[in-house]
Design a protein. Structure first.
Length: 252
């Protein structure tokens, strides 16, 4: 049985209107535990989450699972709009700066994994329906949380030793393949979101491989010798690279 604190609750909630839980959404708070819980429980914020996990691993239930928390905002996922996501999802917030550098402590990861594994089993949630806020927020790039989270390994651990469940959703199309242009002697930055001011999550060198889908930023980026473009290539587990520095690999 998972232990969590229910002493503090949020008024920002609504009925699920009979919709079954089928989606888990992970977030990062971009603030301390104290500031986060104060915001999520403030009626004026119109924001909440079902669970808040502190850095020490303590789990706080702010909205019971029988009710919908207001955590996703403008979003879309496998044909579901914002309203459908709110009705069908459980929101899990992790206390973290969300700058791509602030680590997620082991105790926090362990508690999140335990909570996710339990809910996955309880509601028979398909692997493709355990998502990050950045995966569903619209327009693409509006949210970056939880930045720096060890996503692939975490999801794999949530389903380890569990039989694969059926999915009612169509398969996700494969990502397109790119390489960093050989002319890009300075390489390319992997950003937390599609903007040159965003936190750098990593670096690629000329000739390195990259895969993802094209997204359009709000404003264009200009790099001398490579022109101007609003297009970035988003990899769902790694970040964003400006498309002007990439060359598309011909796919058979």
């Amino acid at each position: 049985m998972i232990a969590y604190n229910t002493a503090t609750t949020s008024p920002n909630r609504s009925s699920r209107d009979g919709v079954a839980v089928s989606l888990l959404v992970l977030h990062a708070t971009v603030g301390s535990f104290a500031s986060s819980i104060a915001w999520l429980c403030n009626p004026a914020s119109k924001a909440s989450t079902n669970y808040l996990i502190d850095r020490n691993g303590s789990i706080y239930q702010l909205v019971p699972e029988s009710e919908a928390a207001w955590h996703a905002g403008r979003s879309a996922h496998h044909g579901m709009d914002s309203g459908a996501i709110q009705h069908a999802s459980i929101g899990i917030e992790l206390v973290n700066k969300n700058d791509g550098h602030d680590p997620y402590p082991i105790a926090q990861l362990d508690s999140c994994r335990l909570l996710c594994r339990d809910r996955i089993a309880r509601y028979a949630i398909a692997r493709g329906d355990v998502v990050r806020h950045l995966d569903i927020a619209t327009p693409r790039g509006r949210k970056t949380d939880p930045a720096g989270f060890p996503w692939i390994a975490f999801v794999e651990s949530c389903y380890a030793d569990a039989p694969p469940g059926p999915s009612s959703h169509p398969p996700v199309p494969p990502l397109h393949s790119y390489i960093v242009s050989p002319r890009a002697t300075g390489g390319a930055s992997i950003r937390a979101y599609p903007r040159t001011s965003a936190a750098i999550l990593g670096r690629l060198h000329a000739g390195d491989e990259w895969s993802g889908d094209e997204v359009q930023a709000a404003t264009a980026t200009f790099v001398a010798g490579f022109g101007s473009s609003r297009t970035w290539v988003s990899n769902p587990t790694r970040g964003f690279v400006w498309a002007g520095l990439l060359e598309r690999v011909k796919e058979s």
